[in-house]
Write a protein that binds this ligand. Structure first.
Ligand SMILES: *Cc1c(COP(=O)(O)O)cnc(C)c1O
Length: 419
């Protein structure tokens, strides 16, 4: 896609707020929903690749990509073709019966992960819950942990989803406060601190659940060697290493999995977001038979998990990743991203963390809050999202062109420089 003359910023006025229908639709949307989000005032009607168009026809460059759910961009022709073809044939059987898309998806995904078995679910939080259940059952049945004593080590600053069990081991007050009482059985340690993980592990520890890079936390990279050390520690102590690759995995960091950067294979991959190609929610956990084999009929399930439409799209996603071109794009475009962001350090940016086409940008508070920066970006035709007050997370679709990426970063550079 080329740089377009219809871009919002080139109309010489802030888009979104000024667009009549957009403003009206935004007010309607906000008036009848719980305010559990604080969206930027843009109402999108159409999107292709890295570009979204609002209800008035103003165009915006998407530098969030649905928190990595849209790694392949909007309306990718391969994913749309897979979805359309499947829609006309079969969408859902429930797992009471088997459908003809199931074997393809599970085989391909297991092979991509180098594991035996796949358990498909829908959302990321459900996949994390599934991993927790499997780890506990594995602990009691295989490791021999005493009944109801299993514990799981997790990291401070984690984000694993929004269920009551999961927010119970979050240390973000917004995610957690007033939602208790919480499930016991979790021990928090500082992120990236191997000695703290080791100290937290006891005879009842069944798993360490960790994001190989913390996404919601602001693209926080663990110290070099942490994942390798964690692999060695978990093997030595007979504890499952469960990698939540929901946001970091599937091409985002320039590798298929973020764990690949340290040549580490976890015992359990927890996947979601991009696995559904931005079309439908698809999540899964992937592990070997000695782990996932602990589940017997009736012990876990989901009405929609592994449905025919999800499997058809998920298969296409795995095929696309197996080719390696998206990982290569993430690496190559990531070099542009990193160079441009490093040049902004000291000019409105305090710090940046980059891995592949993924960045956490800590904004100098004198420039404004993260939210204010995102509002100014929106006025220039760029959509991004702040996290934790003063950090902007950039996760452009991996299909973005180098020219569009550079243009988007021009806008960020201008905003943080106070223009
Ligand atoms: C988004 C996310 C989840 C939760 O996924 P949902 O589909 O929103 O339930 C879990 N873990 C990580 C690392 C995530 O980024």
């Amino acid at each position: 896609m080329t740089v377009s003359a219809t871009r919002a910023s080139e109309a010489g006025q802030p888009a979104g707020h000024e667009d009549a229908r957009n403003g009206e639709e935004f007010r309607r949307a906000e008036s009848r929903t719980a305010h559990n989000y604080h969206p930027l005032p843009v109402v999108v009607a159409h999107a292709e690749g890295a570009w979204m168009t609002n209800v008035d026809g103003s165009r915006y460059l998407d530098l969030l990509a649905g928190y990595s759910a849209l790694n392949f961009g909007h309306s990718h022709p391969r994913l749309l073709a897979a979805a359309h073809a499947q829609l006309d044939k079969l969408t859902l059987t429930s797992r009471a019966f088997v459908h003809d898309q199931f074997a393809d998806f599970t085989e391909k995904l297991a092979d991509l992960c180098g594991k035996d078995l796949v358990l498909p679910m829908n959302t990321g939080a459900e996949a994390v819950e599934t991993a927790i259940k499997v780890a506990r059952k594995w602990g009691y049945q295989v490791k021999g942990v005493e009944a109801d004593q299993a514990n799981i080590v997790v990291a401070n600053g984690n984000f694993h989803g929004r269920t009551t069990t999961i927010v119970g081991f979050s240390d973000d007050p917004d995610a957690r406060d007033d939602f208790g009482p919480f499930a016991p059985g979790f021990t928090n340690v500082p992120y990236g601190d191997l000695a703290a993980v080791e100290a937290a592990i006891d005879d009842n520890t069944v798993a360490v659940l960790v994001e190989p890079i913390q996404g919601e936390g602001g693209v926080v990279l663990p110290p070099e060697g942490f994942l390798r050390g964690l692999r060695e520690l978990c093997t030595r102590t007979n504890v499952l290493f469960m990698a939540d690759e929901i946001q970091a995995g599937l091409g985002r960091t320039g590798k298929t999995f973020a764990c690949d950067h340290e040549d580490v294979v976890p015992d359990v991959y927890v996947l979601g977001k991009a696995l559904g190609g931005g079309v439908v929610p698809v999540s899964a956990i992937v592990a070997d038979r000695e782990v996932l084999g602990v589940l017997k009929p009736g012990q876990h399930g989901s009405t929609f998990g592994g449905n025919a439409l999800a499997c058809a799209i998920g298969s296409e996603v795995v095929d696309m990743l197996a080719g390696g071109e998206f990982q290569t794009r993430a690496t190559e475009l990531g070099e542009i991203l990193e160079a441009r962001l490093q040049a902004m350090v000291g000019h409105g940016v305090l710090r940046v963390r980059v891995r592949g086409l993924w960045a956490g940008v800590d904004i100098d508070p004198t420039v404004g809050t993260g939210r204010e920066v995102c509002e100014r970006l929106m006025a220039r035709g760029v959509l991004a999202k702040d996290t934790h007050g003063s950090t902007i997370r950039l996760a452009p679709p991996l299909v973005i062109s180098a020219e569009d990426l550079s243009w988007g970063l021009d806008q960020l550079e201008a905003v943080v420089a106070g223009h």
